[in-house]
Design a protein around this ligand. Structure first.
Ligand code: ATP
Ligand code: PRP
Ligand code: MG
Length: 299
């Protein structure tokens, strides 16, 4: 049972977005008790319930106000929006945050032996896809007369099965295309995971909870990029050392009790320190160069 007063978050039950979405929820302090095969998971420390569903259902659940929030790929979200707009169904939602996982692109691909010479080559073809609305929008915008063929799975085998001449599917590394003897012809949509909220106002308590969670997501994302850097540097080279440290206009410089020629430098860097930079620091006489991950950040 779900309680209407608990914030309901829709998350993909199993697939490319599940692990990262749940990892993010845990990182922002949501303790979860997830049991296999159950559709609902309760948080044990916050008034939050997870709806564990197929990703295709998440945009609709949020647009219909059944879920308050949802973690979803922009590709699914945009496809559902176009589908609903076509049938005049409600398609409203708010994007709270674009996330750093689920990165992929929706591309049209053709068999290696297809004589692809540009978009015109797609005229009079059938294109198999799970994303007919995104594909149709692209074809219309580019004045291509091709016919989308809807398949919910195994899109990559459609050309070999004689179902279509080309496909339109998600690509990340390109390994799936390669394994199926296909080549990317053109990219039509670039996607990442996003956190969305229903458009209708939440109760004051739920909104307050969302307003607490969102800065925590920002904190986790910011921390992931950042590093805590510590090193010992020759005092005579301090200015040169500072120039090599990313974003370190004003690092903490501490004297060393045993060595008056050197100082300890501590700095939170907004980006990672490359091996090349560490080598340059070493060449300047720096020692004990440490680059450490940061778990959380605030302020
Ligand atoms: N190779 C990939 N790399 C990164 N992200 C991806 C990749 N493939 C898909 N995604 C993103 O993850 C989402 C879910 O992909 P997945 O393959 O798990 O979906 P699915 O098979 O439709 O799962 P479900 O059973 O929930 O319907 C996609 O809609 C897309 O946003
Ligand atoms: O370019 P690549 O890195 O090969 O990734 C692309 C593949 O990843 C996704 O499928 P997934 O592996 O999630 O399996 P599914 O199709 O069974 O959902 C997507 O549907 C592609 O088939
Ligand atoms: Mg799906």
């Amino acid at each position: 049972m779900t309680d209407k007063n608990r914030l309901r978050i829709a998350v993909q039950k199993k697939g490319r977005l599940s692990d990262e979405s749940i990892k993010l929820l845990k990182a922002i302090g949501v303790k979860l008790s997830i049991r296999d095969r159950l559709l609902i998971a309760h948080s044990t420390n916050l008034p939050i319930d997870l709806l564990l569903v197929r990703d295709d259902d998440i945009p609709g659940l949020v647009m219909d106000g059944i879920a308050d929030l949802g973690f979803i790929g922009e590709n699914e979200l945009e496809e559902k929006m176009l589908e609903r707009q076509a049938s005049n169904e409600p398609a409203e939602y708010k994007t709270l945050k674009r996330l750093e996982y689920g990165g992929c692109r929706l591309s049209i691909a053709v068999p290696n032996e297809f004589d692809y010479k540009g978009l015109e080559s797609l005229n009079q073809t059938k294109i198999a896809t799970t994303y007919p609305y995104l594909l149709k929008r692209f074809l219309v915008a580019n004045n291509i007369n091709a016919q989308p063929v809807m398949l919910t799975g195994s899109v990559e085998v459609a050309p070999r099965a004689g179902i279509a001449e080309a496909i339109c599917d998600l690509v990340s590394t390109g390994a799936t295309l390669e394994a199926n003897g296909l080549e990317e012809a053109t990219e039509i949509f670039v996607s990442k995971a996003v956190l969305i909220q229903k458009s209708e106002a939440l109760t004051a308590e739920k909104q307050k909870l969302v307003d607490t969670l969102l800065p925590r997501i920002n904190g986790v994302m910011q921390a992931k990029e950042s590093k805590y850097i510590m090193l010992h540097a020759p005092i005579a080279k301090l200015e040169e050392v500072k120039k090599l440290l990313p974003g370190a206009e004003d690092p903490t410089v501490l004297p060393l009790s045993e060595n008056s020629d050197q100082a300890a430098i501590h700095v939170v860097s907004p980006e990672n320190l490359f091996w090349e930079t560490m080598e340059q620091l070493k060449a300047l006489g720096c020692t004990s160069i440490l680059v450490m991950p940061i778990e959380k950040m605030m302020g």
